[in-house]
Structures are given as C-alpha cells and as structure tokens.
Ligand binder design. Structure first.
Ligand SMILES: [Zn+2]
Length: 364
C-alpha cells in the first residue's frame, strides 16, 4: 500500500478513536511496535542471535516440537540471552551498587532508538552517574540485551516472530507485558512470559503474584484482541476494576484498531485470502469450548446459516463444504451400498463393523 493511503487509513482510525479516552487512543502505538516485527532485515538480525541448532538439539522429543522448542527457547532467552536491569552498572568504576535517582531527556541518538525516557543512576562507590535509556527499538534491544519486562517482552516477541511463531504482544494495564504464541498442535494461544521463562501458565499473575488484573490486550501483526479472560479465574470479579473506560468504549477501540491492523497487514493479499484468514483468526481467538459448537464447518454441515467474516464482500460465500465437494458415488457403488444396507441378514445381533461384515473394499 502506498504511504499516502496508509496515512489516510491512520487518519480515519484516529478520527474513529478521537472521542475515546486517551489511554485507548494510545493503543495504536502498540500495534505499530508489533507490525514492526514483520520487517525481514530485522527478523534476520534476530535469527543471527538465536543458536537455533543448539536449541533444536535440546528439544524433548516426547512433546510436540513447537511447544518443546518454545520451552527451550524461552529458557535460553532468560538465562543466556537477556539480562534484567533495575539500575545499570556504573560506567565509571564498574560497581553494581547503583540506584536510580532521576530521569533525563533522551539524546537525539537515544530518541532514534525509540527511548522515550532515560533513567539516571548514581553510584554509591564513586558518585558518578550512568544513563539507562529505556529503548523500545527491538533492533537496539538485540544489542543491549537488557532491561525490564518492557524490553524483555518486546525483544522476545520479535524472536518468536522471526522463528515463524504467530505471536502476540500482550499489554497488561497493571504494568506488565508478555507474549502469546499460537500453538498449531493445541489449536490455541499459549501464554509465554520471557522474564519468568514461563510457558502456558496464564494464571500465574493472579494466583502466583496476587495481581489484580484489569485489562490485558493482545497485539498481533494482523489483529488486536482483549485477552483478559485467559488470565483470570473469575472475569466477573475482575470486571468492576475495569474503570479506565466503559466496556463499550473498549470494544469500539479494539475493533477499530483490529480492522486497521488487518487492512495494513493484508492489503497485498487478494480479498479472498484476507477474508479466509480473518475467519480463521476469529475462530482461533474464540475459547475452545465455544469453538466446538460454532465452528463454521460444523454450522455449515448442519445447514445453519453461516455468518460471514467481517469485511467480506456482500453476497460472498464460503463455497461447498468438504462433504458437499466429495465426488458422487458411481452407480455401481450406490447399488452395492443399497443392497448391503437392505440385506435381510442385517438384523443379526452380533455387532460387526462394515469391514468385518463385507470384507475390504468394494466388490469387483
Ligand atoms: Zn562508580
């Protein structure tokens, strides 16, 4: 898409969001971060840092590969690649006895790597001061390899994308960030927290940390979704804490940014691909127990009307189901089926499978 059209889309989105609380309007920035991970040179730069062969060798073969690899990956990221920084090591004497004493404005270079704030730490040994720019540029983070949860989740989500995992960057409004990856074997999104090397333990914040969660919003390259329900045992108890905006406003903002995300990421694809992909993603976003009853395939087989995905052209159709597409049986096979089913011997009390009863294959 050319830059002008993109600007128009962004302007339209901003107009849609303009009546909403500023916190919701700011969510557009989070989408930009995630869509930035799609730059191929950036992904290559990340891949250069990942010891893929060594990680692959550590995979536990008794588990599904993608999940086992993720387990190994997140451990490597936490224990070997990234480090945690509360206050930076003193750049004058090398002491770690430093304490954050204030903030400074970023220099143009720091700004270039998307540092909006710079923390200043004072050394208790030599009295010198060290700057700690909070970079948001994932390419820069591949070099600095340090920070707090913001830097960790940012860089780790890039690592996941560069390895081909569908990934979401999840923002918890009570001040934490983590990653989600889509598991093809489990057919659902898995929680991954790089800071904790935790995989698929979404209740760790509420139960383990005693966090009082409010909003958790997931940003992927082509969709945005409120994922709060995955992280709480009781959404009803959490709901009264959601006071930063009305549920209606949140829905409006999420769906507007979601639409924008899809447009921006899939415009180069033909509309049919974009529509099918949207349907798949919406099915994935639904909890599994609900999905079973409402999957488009089931509904189509049962003859129920199919809701077309958002953005589908009017009059669009999903086409015949797999069953409808099956080649009709030949007259000979139909006759054989008919005879077999209506055979008087069918009343026998002994249960036998079709194969036991009729042998393999069709009669010649
Ligand atoms: Zn010092």
């Amino acid at each position: 898409m050319d830059a002008m059209m993109e600007e128009q889309h962004l302007a339209m989105l901003q107009a849609k969001l303009s009546s909403l609380p500023p916190k919701l309007q700011n969510q557009v920035g989070s989408l930009a971060t995630v869509q930035g991970y799609e730059m191929k040179p950036l992904q290559r730069q990340a891949l250069d840092e990942i010891p893929v062969l060594a990680l692959d060798a550590a995979v536990d073969p008794s588990e599904s590969y993608e999940i086992s690899f993720m387990r190994v990956l997140v451990r490597w990221f936490k224990h070997e690649f990234f480090s945690w920084t509360n206050a930076p090591r003193c750049e004058h004497c090398g002491s770690t006895e430093t304490k954050t004493v204030g903030r400074a404005d970023p220099t143009p270079e720091e700004k270039h790597f998307k540092a909006n704030t710079v923390e200043v730490a004072a050394c208790s040994k030599c009295g010198g001061q060290t700057r700690f720019p909070r970079y948001n540029d994932p390419a820069k983070l591949l070099q600095t390899r340090t920070g707090r949860c913001g830097e960790w989740a940012n860089c780790f989500t890039l690592v996941c994308r560069s390895l081909g995992y569908e990934a979401r960057h999840v923002h918890d409004w009570t001040d934490h960030v983590w990653t989600e990856v889509f598991s093809d074997s489990k057919q659902r999104w898995l929680h991954v927290d790089a800071c904790e090397a935790a995989l698929d333990s979404p209740l760790m914040y509420e139960k383990g940390w005693g966090k009082k969660l409010t909003y958790c919003i997931g940003f992927a390259r082509d969709h945005v979704v409120d994922v709060t329900r995955r992280y709480t045992q009781s959404f009803e108890e959490l709901l009264p804490r959601r006071t930063q905006c009305s549920e209606e406003e949140l829905k409006k903002a999420v769906s507007a940014i979601d639409e924008f995300a899809l447009d921006r990421s899939l415009v180069p694809y033909p509309a049919t691909v974009a529509v099918a992909r949207r349907a798949l993603l919406s099915a994935r976003a639904m909890p599994k127990h609900r999905r079973q009853h409402t999957s488009p395939q089931r509904r189509r087989r049962s003859g129920a009307p199919v809701e077309m995905p958002r953005g589908a052209p009017s009059g669009a159709s999903l086409g015949p189901t797999m069953r409808q597409r099956r080649r009709p049986l030949s007259a000979r096979k139909r006759a054989w089926n008919k005879q077999a089913h209506h055979s008087p011997r069918r009343g026998t009390k002994v249960h036998r499978t079709r194969r036991q009863r009729y042998g393999r294959g069709w009669p010649s």
